[in-house]
Unconditional design. Structure first.
Length: 60
């Protein structure tokens, strides 16, 4: 995620971890690795959580 510094990464990570079924959201160098239960959320749910913090998101 372009423009994501350490503080922003922690904020986005916290927003993702607030979703039930997200077990890990680890920010690192402009990206976040997310582990989640796909029976509880879709990828778009995760993208919406990232967007709510002011960043664009996509999958790698």
């Amino acid at each position: 995620m372009r423009g994501m510094n350490r503080e922003a990464g922690e904020r986005v990570s916290a927003a993702l971890l607030a979703l039930p079924g997200v077990s890990r959201a680890t920010p690192d160098d402009g990206q976040i690795e997310v582990h989640y239960d796909p029976s509880q959320h879709t990828v778009m749910d995760l993208v919406r959580a990232v967007r709510s913090q002011g960043f664009l998101a996509g999958m790698l």
